[in-house]
Ligand binder design. Structure first.
Ligand code: CP
Ligand code: NVA
Length: 330
């Protein structure tokens, strides 16, 4: 089957078919190989194209990935932070989209409400890539499963997500794991599981791919014989500081530590989208530590720095996979 993603926006992996997801992963592998061997061919180069990277929330990886990937493809970029534009403040998302679509051939957008990226995509007339909203983080998914593929030569692994599973990362990983035919286990208190709507979508996909989707509150059951142990920060961008106290109380039992890693397969890897609070070398971790006494949060420093940790390979893969998304859609 020929896959054509030209002019398509990527707002969530739930909107893509499994074949489209696999196509983007294959293209990511090709582009990574080409970059590593110094043979990036003109096949993927785009001439006279420009993209905008608009971010209402901060970013290290996603912004850099879009900018470097675009540059490698011969595409110009403009970075616009939330405070630099009129968007949503003096000008509606709809009008902004219509203006940006006249200037740019693609728009990456990181924001709060998922509805905002939908309005952009509906009105821009060019592909819009969701660079993270409160609900979804689709571009991260390709980097994550490329990392799984590189480590296990298959995506049909036991993939366990610990912690805040109802957020952008939990939502995205359960659906992506369904596409990938994986055995996904979300491990968190019930109130942190994704919505019924998200789980239903994942199960619909799983029926076709043979994936298995499960949730449990028990970290020892979840980590047993796991291939991938994954977590995300306990308090996401845009959430108020007041939630830290309850999050620490609720999610501390789901911290990824040596005991959980040892309960998994010997070959298991640790993954995290980053940024991570695994030590006290950040202002926020220091401040929270002062208030609540913890020295490490969603993952212990020992696991984060261990040989099983693949977080920096995963971070690098953000660039190769975002390059595939840009190359395929514009
Ligand atoms: N993982 C991720 O999206 O990182 P940034 O917030 O630095 O972009
Ligand atoms: N859940 C995190 C993901 C960061 C990449 C956040 O939204 O802050």
């Amino acid at each position: 089957m020929t896959i054509n993603l030209k002019n398509r926006s990527i707002l969530t992996v739930a909107d893509l078919t499994t074949e489209e997801v696999k196509y983007l992963l294959n293209l990511s592998q090709d582009l990574k190989k080409a970059k590593k061997s110094g043979k990036e061919t003109s096949e993927y180069k785009k001439s006279n194209k420009n993209i905008a990277v608009i971010m209402q929330k901060t970013s290290t990886r996603t912004r850099s990935a879009f900018e470097v990937a675009a540059m490698n493809l011969g595409i110009g970029t403009t970075y616009i932070s939330g405070s630099d534009s009129q968007m949503g403040i003096k000008e509606s998302m709809e009008d902004t989209a219509k203006v940006m679509g006249r200037f740019y051939d693609g728009i990456a957008f990181r924001g709060f409400k998922h509805q905002d990226v939908e309005i952009l995509a509906k009105n821009a007339g060019v592909p819009v890539w969701n660079a993270l909203t409160d609900k979804w983080h689709p571009t991260q998914m390709f980097a994550d499963y490329l990392t799984v593929l590189e480590n296990f030569k298959t995506t049909k692994v036991k993939f366990v997500f610990f912690g805040d599973a109802k957020n952008n990362m939990g939502n995205s990983l359960v659906v992506m794991s369904a596409h990938m035919g994986a055995h996904f286990v979300g491990c968190a208190p019930k109130t942190y599981w994704p919505s019924d709507e998200v789980i239903k979508k994942a199960n619909e996909i799983a029926k076709k791919t043979g994936a298995k989707i499960e949730f449990t509150e028990d970290p020892m059951i979840a980590s047993k014989d796991a291939d991938v142990l994954y977590t995300d920060i306990w308090v996401s961008m845009g959430e108020p500081d007041e939630v830290w106290k309850k999050r620490i109380h609720d999610l501390k039992p789901y911290q990824i530590n040596k005991k959980l890693m040892n309960n998994a397969k010997k070959t298991a890897i640790f993954m995290h989208c980053l940024p991570s609070y695994h030590d006290l070398n950040t202002d926020i971790a220091k401040e929270i530590s002062k208030k609540f006494g913890l020295k490490e949060f969603e993952v212990t420093d020992e696991v984060f720095r261990s040989n099983q940790s693949k977080v920096f390979d995963e971070a690098e893969n953000r660039m190769h996979t975002i390059k595939a998304i840009i190359a395929a859609t514009i």
